[in-house]
Design a protein around this ligand. Structure first.
Ligand code: LLP
Length: 437
């Protein structure tokens, strides 16, 4: 079994993460519990940062906050020297609250509201990734009113279909994100931006999708973007100086998954950029990447307590845990697949194939459809692996279940970074109108 980061099985046969025995973690913090291996997150940040700096010095890594963002995570990112990709007023607010520098934030989104844009302008967010001509016009107007000049990148659809679930594919022509290339939208947007007094066009951006194993679409996207930089220079005389190639590198969910390494990924995209720059006789742009999943995904583990076990004779065994689609939407939404370990008897032999069900009132609320595990009983502790990205950040209160706590573990120490929600939290914003009282 593939054990990511600091995960290991200790002498008691218990799963241990960051030097913390998971059976003790659940005694202290309860279940479901998101456990984040802090050492692995930091290691991944440093791998990206150091390798990128070595092979392409004029570069920057911006962590994609949508994968997992809390105030403690923002602190960690600031300590590791990463920039931050944000996509909402809420993410900007979270980062600002943690003291994360606004000028190192890159603000994405296909429908930023005027209030969100004003928050970003007033707090000094470093760069806006403009997604449409309509947004460009709004930004010019709001920047003028605020007496500011906004640095922008344009998000471009490079017209590339990456091999991943179609909900997490974004670079193709029929996508709600970005400006089209073939239809001339990108060039029109550039021409408009160059005439706007409160807009400073800095760069171009693309993001082709997520959980991608094959590096060819990334290389192709890099080439297409460099060709566009050349076309813009030829047609307008303006030289685009920065290129942000988005995120998307896949991670290991299953033992059989074989994602590309960060080194290989960075080498391939930088080679493509250098090759096209040379072909067009262009200076090398500043290059950015925006990894999310590949920084936090394998660092996260969700711990659940096993509850009801139900045999459907001749069909399957349902093992229900005390979480589900409230803390992990990915199986229901993307047919995602996971590995799991019996954390309190991690060396026990595998004896049965079971299906791990959540406890929400929805038949789609399954965590794992088929998995071989030891015989389970009520009270067992199940650890689902690679849940660090898009789990906490996509968690919800369906059925009025409370969101789990999040702990960072490292060197035998566990720090609570998000408190478990309480029932009181659930009704905090509810109002009974006067006439019903
Ligand atoms: N940059 C942009 C502009 C993005 O849209 C994304 C992800 C990233 C960077 C980070 O991509 P990553 O390195 O994490 O693949 N909820 C889905 C994933 C949606 C990804 C959206 N954009 C999931 O659970 O698989």
């Amino acid at each position: 079994m593939f054990l990511p980061g600091t995960m290991q099985i200790n002498a008691k046969g218990h799963l241990e993460i960051g030097g913390c025995d998971t059976t003790l973690l659940v005694q202290e913090f309860g279940t479901p519990l998101y456990v984040m291996d802090e050492e692995l997150i930091r290691h991944n940040c440093r791998i990206y940062r150091d390798i990128f700096a070595r092979i392409y010095p004029h570069s920057q890594v911006a962590y994609a906050g949508k994968a997992f963002l809390t105030t403690a995570m923002c602190r960690l990112l600031a300590e590791e020297g990463l920039a931050l990709d944000v996509v909402s007023g809420g993410e900007i607010y979270t980062a600002l609250s943690a003291g994360f520098p606004a000028d190192k934030m890159i603000y994405h989104g296909n429908n930023k509201t005027p209030a969100e844009i004003q928050l970003a302008l007033n707090s000094g967010v470093g760069c806006f990734v403009v997604d449409s001509i309509s947004e460009l016009e709004l930004l010019e107007e709001l920047a003028a009113a605020a007496g500011k000049k906004a640095n922008i990148y344009f998000r471009i659809k490079p017209g590339i279909e990456a091999h991943t679930h179609h909900y997490i594919q974004t670079g193709q022509i029929d996508s709600k994100f970005g400006l089209g290339l073939a239809d001339g939208q990108a060039l029109t947007a550039v021409e408009r931006a160059l005439k706007m007094p409160h807009i400073e066009l800095k760069g171009l951006h693309c993001h082709i999708g997520s959980q991608i194993f094959d590096l060819k679409p990334f290389q192709l996207a890099a080439r297409v973007m460099m060709d566009l930089i050349n076309e813009i220079k030829e047609k307008t005389g303006f030289l685009i100086e920065e290129l942000d190639l988005g995120g998307g590198l896949g991670i290991r969910y299953l033992n059989s998954d074989l994602p590309a390494s960060v080194t290989d990924y960075l080498e391939k995209i930088t080679a493509a950029v250098k090759e096209r720059a040379a072909a067009h006789n262009l200076p090398l742009p500043k290059l950015l990447v925006e990894p999310g999943r590949s920084i936090v995904g394998e660092a996260g583990t969700t711990l659940y307590t096993v509850g009801a076990i139900k045999e459907v004779p001749g069909v399957r065994s349902y093992v229900a845990v005390d979480g589900g689609m409230m803390d992990n939407l990915r199986t229901a939404l993307y047919e995602a697949k996971y590995e799991a370990i019996l954390a309190n008897r991690a060396n026990a032999p595998k004896e049965q194939v079971v299906s791990i069900a959540g406890k929400a009132c929805d038949s789609g609320d399954m965590l794992i459809w088929y998995i071989e595990l030891p015989r389970l009983t009520r009270g067992d502790l199940l650890a689902v692996l690679s849940t660090g990205a898009y789990h906490y950040s996509m968690s919800n209160n369906y059925n009025r279940f409370t969101r789990p706590a999040v702990v960072f573990v490292q060197n035998g120490q566990a720090d609570l970074v998000v408190r478990r929600e309480s029932y009181a939290d659930l009704i905090r914003n509810d109002i009974i109108p006067e006439r019903m009282r």
